[in-house]
Design a protein around this ligand. Structure first.
Ligand SMILES: [Zn+2]
Length: 276
């Protein structure tokens, strides 16, 4: 766990997404939850030393960000699309995964269910707690439903998965042109520290590098479409993995993610080029 500002703590080493919490005079606000139940219990212990969880913000609709909600109290807040996604996700699959892979985690999920948000918003929501302000803003990119959380008193932004620090970004549900705009918007906020969805905590100057990276994915796939290549040919040709930190044991997953990224971009960029 890292303390990244006066009252903000972050864990970047759990399996799944980065999770964080902010300690206010009136209780704790969590941003996302650990994927693994065993990690959730560790996290709960650490948070308990700082206060009671009042609110829990889920920044996006993927399971690695919300599976752990079950293990925490506090009102869950998220963008409306995230609530829909959580309700539509079947908890059986994750239970089966734990059953096969991790007895320690499986032992903790007997009565497990997902806990969807009870407070939702479409574009923006501002939460005041103690002396802290939490600006929740929907910034489409990695999915249409991403939420960035800006805490001005700490000069910290939780970017969600619109920022992957040096690690391979997932674009399987991306809205790529909106993603570029969202990164530009993040650059205008006076933060000193960014907590990305995945990868290490970083400085705001990484935003332009992230933008260049997404632009490269768009340009590479667009180029294949313009040359008249089929989806299969594009999947065969494109390899951007050298740009990212990939552990040897993650190589196979990375190859699959790249294929999903190319497939999704190919389909939507082709549709966009037909509209134009
Ligand atoms: Zn995600």
């Amino acid at each position: 766990m890292k303390k990244i500002s006066k009252n903000v703590y972050v864990e970047t080493d759990f399996q799944g997404c980065n999770t964080g919490f902010v300690v206010t005079d009136d209780g704790v606000v969590m941003i996302d939850t650990p994927l693994l139940p065993t990690d959730a219990l560790v996290w709960r212990e650490r948070i308990a030393q700082h206060g009671t969880v009042r609110y829990l913000i889920n920044t996006e609709p993927h399971i690695d960000h919300f599976a752990g909600n079950y293990f925490f109290r506090g009102t869950v807040i998220a963008q409306e699309g995230v609530r829909e996604a959580i309700i539509a996700t079947d908890a059986k699959r994750i239970k089966e995964w734990f059953k096969e892979d991790s007895p320690a985690d499986y032992a903790l999920v007997k009565r497990f269910k997902f806990r969807p948000p009870t407070v939702i918003f479409s574009k923006e929501l501002t939460l005041f707690l103690g002396k802290h302000t939490f600006h929740l803003i929907n910034l489409p990119g990695h999915t249409p439903y991403q939420t960035a959380v800006y805490i001005p008193e700490e000069k910290v932004i939780f970017t969600s998965d619109n920022v992957f620090y040096k690690v391979l970004p997932w674009l399987q549900e991306a809205v790529p042109y909106e993603w570029l705009e969202s990164l530009k918007k993040l650059e205008t906020w006076p933060a000193k520290v960014l907590v990305p969805g995945h990868g290490d905590v970083c400085k705001p100057n990484y935003l332009s590098e992230m933008r260049t990276g997404i632009q490269l994915w768009i340009d590479t796939v667009t180029d294949c479409i313009k040359r008249g290549m089929s989806l299969e040919q594009a999947q065969e040709k494109i390899n951007l993995l050298d740009r990212y930190l990939i552990e040897p044991w993650d190589k196979e997953i990375a190859v699959n993610v790249q294929k999903m990224n190319v497939t999704h971009l190919y389909e939507i960029l082709k549709a966009i080029s037909k509209e134009r």
